[in-house]
Design a protein around this ligand. Structure first.
Ligand SMILES: [Zn+2]
Length: 128
């Protein structure tokens, strides 16, 4: 977010003359140029908003997928519901990492998915 602040200030500084040109009735070329500037600034604003929404959403999706896969590999019976801790983002990931069953996760010899050592059966394929 700190990265976008100077960019927003730059957009306002560059966008204000474009708006002034666009609103000038007596200067058709200037108005066209200003309108183009307004359009370019609008695209920059939309890109800033899209990126500032997309990055946290991508982080949440990655965390939810990681928690579901890791909780399944550790044999947690609530793996499909505890994954929603990922909606809290990095905080949810820290909470999950602190409370999950501790142990090494190794690839299962049968299915190749993650499986915590010491489990009586693979939580993914059911093989002992
Ligand atoms: Zn397996």
């Amino acid at each position: 977010m700190k990265l976008f602040k100077p960019l927003l200030v730059l957009c306002v500084v560059l966008g204000a003359p474009a708006v002034a040109l666009a609103l000038d009735d007596g200067n058709a070329a200037g108005a066209a140029c200003g309108a183009l500037g307004c359009g370019a600034m609008a695209i920059v604003y939309i890109l800033i908003i899209a990126v500032s929404l997309a990055v946290p959403i991508a982080i949440i999706v990655v965390v939810i997928k990681f928690i579901r896969k890791d909780a399944t590999a550790r044999g947690m019976p609530n793996a499909n519901s505890i994954k929603w801790l990922g909606l809290l983002g990095i905080i949810g990931l820290v909470i999950y990492l602190l409370q999950r069953p501790q142990g090494n996760v190794m690839p299962c010899p049968s299915c190749g998915q993650g499986r915590m050592q010491g489990l009586p059966a693979c939580p993914n394929c059911g093989q002992p």
